[in-house]
Design a protein around this ligand. Structure first.
Ligand SMILES: [Zn+2]
Length: 145
């Protein structure tokens, strides 16, 4: 009974996966994804559609990461300019509220030493993978082991 109640709660809190409310696909975008202020004062996540085809589900995580900077009220900067703490917070936010399949795909990509070297991944991929896994497990948003 207790186990069932726990599972029900888990389902209820992980159904509202974060999705950037506005996204633009740009095959020449220099990053996997980044958040951008549009001229009329709204925000959008711009992502590289070609890169996203290559990395599959993991793309959803990186789009969520860009959006998390906005959700966490971080100053909007080019991806490589964020301080490590902001990066960690954005990763953790997606690990908590993102879709489990995309989280797992992103962790697998970060841990993959044979991934496409031209992929723009900021920070230490091993540390990011650990942080994401930990945050997802802590918030009950990690599927499997
Ligand atoms: Zn970032």
């Amino acid at each position: 009974m207790l186990v069932l109640a726990g599972l029900t709660t888990l389902c209820a809190c992980t159904t509202n996966y974060i999705r950037p409310y506005k996204e633009l696909s740009d095959p020449s975008h220099e990053e996997i994804a980044s958040i951008r202020l549009l001229p009329w004062g709204s925000y959008t996540v711009v992502y590289n559609s070609i890169t996203c085809e290559q990395i599959g589900d993991a793309c959803g995580f990186f789009r969520g990461h860009a959006y998390a900077h906005y959700m966490l009220n971080h100053a909007l900067l080019p991806p490589s300019f964020y301080p490590p703490l902001s990066e960690k917070q954005a990763d953790c936010y997606v690990a908590k509220y993102g879709e489990p399949s995309e989280i797992k795909a992103a962790v697998a990509l970060l841990l993959d030493e044979n991934r496409e070297p031209s992929l723009k991944i900021h920070g230490d991929p091993l540390i990011r993978a650990q942080n994401i896994t930990e945050c997802a497990k802590q918030s009950g948003n990690w599927s499997g082991n």
